[in-house]
Design a protein around this ligand. Structure first.
Ligand SMILES: Cc1cc2nc3c(=O)[nH]c(=O)nc-3n(C[C@H](O)[C@H](O)[C@H](O)COP(=O)(O)O)c2cc1C
Length: 411
């Protein structure tokens, strides 16, 4: 095992000002690495690219140069700055090395310590963590030689991503594709989190609920509400980035970061069952879901036919927050109060009646915030401290602040 440096964990904006040495090798997927590099830059990373001579047959260094606004290194011996040996300087400058795509050939070379071009020489010299995105024909990937080289690298502490399965350049389906940029970015974030050893929520298990539940009337109709799930999903991500093991119990269709365990539910009853079954083993429950208060007494098996008048009898659903408040032993409970009037009064009532530690109260009557919006303004009430106002800001910022309060409370 090589002792690699650790990447500094920057919290929510994980790539902000991160110095990334980005290595491109000669695979057909090298054109896809342009978007990956752009995404990293959009997230605030400083990216410097180097390429193998084979990679330049697929894509021009000029493309990377223009987009990264940095010199792209290909030739080990074009030493145009006497102050530095370029491949060593490139390796020393970086905090993180990414090889995307990584050919079978380059994987073999770095497994064996070959240093015969700029990329392999810099990779032998680097002390940064190395993240590899292999992309190749399925048979090349599954070949025992490639698999042995991958194993050697993994044992050395190099992170090797699983390629995606799908349509390959050869015209048939197989395992070997370059994954989508979002999947790669999620996995890099997970890699950075896992190699950090000073995150405040490491070892903590958190359940976050999100979205508006749906209560079925018949197979095609339901009662629901305007909650998008954005707040809950942002909280889950903020907790994950602080090192927590997060389960997101969501009624929303929004995408979920691959490092978060997603449990998709539909009704209030389903959400209750998942939360209840896992409650004893968690440290924190954050109920950001808008759980329906009522559900139809009877659910029709067939689509209901039109009638002159229709009455649907409703019954109360389980109050998940209240039930967990009664059950709680060591768990920290965070509830939400989405109100249109008397916000403070209702929030304080919830705090005591439901035995929760924090109530995040928001006014959902305003158009520029709350349901569906990316922004919100909330006041966080607790039994022990003065209310904390978080004025109108992105839900990711609010999520970060809520998680900071959770961290403080857990001590
Ligand atoms: C059209 C074409 C596509 C290729 N695609 C891949 C690929 O996706 N993955 C791979 O490992 N090798 C691929 N190769 C083979 C590599 O280019 C070859 O092994 C080369 O020596 C890799 O050099 P490098 O590792 O120094 O970049 C391809 C070759 C050609 C001609």
């Amino acid at each position: 095992m090589v002792k690699y440096k650790k990447v500094m964990n920057r919290g929510i904006n994980m790539f902000n000002e991160m110095k990334i040495a980005f290595y491109v090798t000669g695979g057909i997927a090298s054109y896809k690495s342009v978007s990956l590099m752009r995404e990293l830059m959009k997230l605030g990373a400083e990216v410097r690219v180097s390429m193998t001579p084979s990679a330049t047959k697929f894509i021009s260094p000029l493309t990377f140069q223009v987009l990264s606004k940095q010199t792209v290194h290909v030739d080990t011996f074009s030493e145009d700055d006497p102050k530095y040996v370029q491949h060593i300087h490139h390796a020393d400058w970086a905090e993180l090395s990414i090889i995307a795509p990584a050919t079978a050939n380059t994987i073999a070379k770095i497994a064996n310590g070959t240093a015969d071009n700029f990329v392999t020489s810099a990779l032998l010299a680097t002390t940064t963590p190395i993240f590899v995105v292999p992309a190749m024909n399925e048979h090349m990937y599954e070949h025992p030689a490639t698999q042995t080289n991958i194993e050697i690298l993994k044992k050395r502490g190099v992170y090797i991503m699983e390629p995606a399965t799908g349509f390959l350049a050869e015209g048939y389906s197989g395992k070997g594709r370059f994954p989508d940029s979002t999947v790669i970015l999620d996995e890099i974030e997970g890699f950075i989190i896992n190699q950090s050893d000073n995150l405040p929520l490491q070892g903590k298990k958190i359940i976050v609920t999100a979205g508006g539940t749906k209560e079925r009337i018949d197979p095609v109709r339901y009662i629901s509400n305007d909650s998008s799930g954005k707040m809950g999903h942002a909280i889950a991500e903020a907790a994950m980035k602080k090192g927590a093991e997060v389960t997101l119990v969501t009624a929303s269709e929004l995408a979920v970061h691959s490092q978060i365990k997603k449990v998709k539910v539909e009704s209030a009853q389903e959400m209750y069952e998942v939360v209840d079954a896992n409650f004893d083993n968690i440290n924190v429950l954050i109920m950001a879901a808008a759980v329906s208060d009522y559900t139809p007494v009877k659910q029709e098996n067939q689509k209901m036919k039109k009638t002159e008048q229709l009455s649907i009898e409703l019954k109360k659903t389980k109050d998940i927050l209240k039930e967990m408040g009664q059950k709680k032993t060591h768990q920290l409970l965070v509830g939400f109060a989405a109100e249109t009037e008397n916000i403070e009064e209702y929030a304080l009532k919830k705090l005591t009646e439901k035995n929760v530690d924090f109530i995040v109260a928001n006014d959902v009557s305003k158009k520029d915030r709350g349901f569906h919006s990316n922004k919100n303004e909330v006041v966080i009430y607790s039994k022990q401290d003065d209310p904390v106002l978080i004025s109108l800001s992105d839900k990711s910022k609010i999520a970060e602040r809520i998680i900071e309060l959770v961290v403080e409370q857990l001590g």
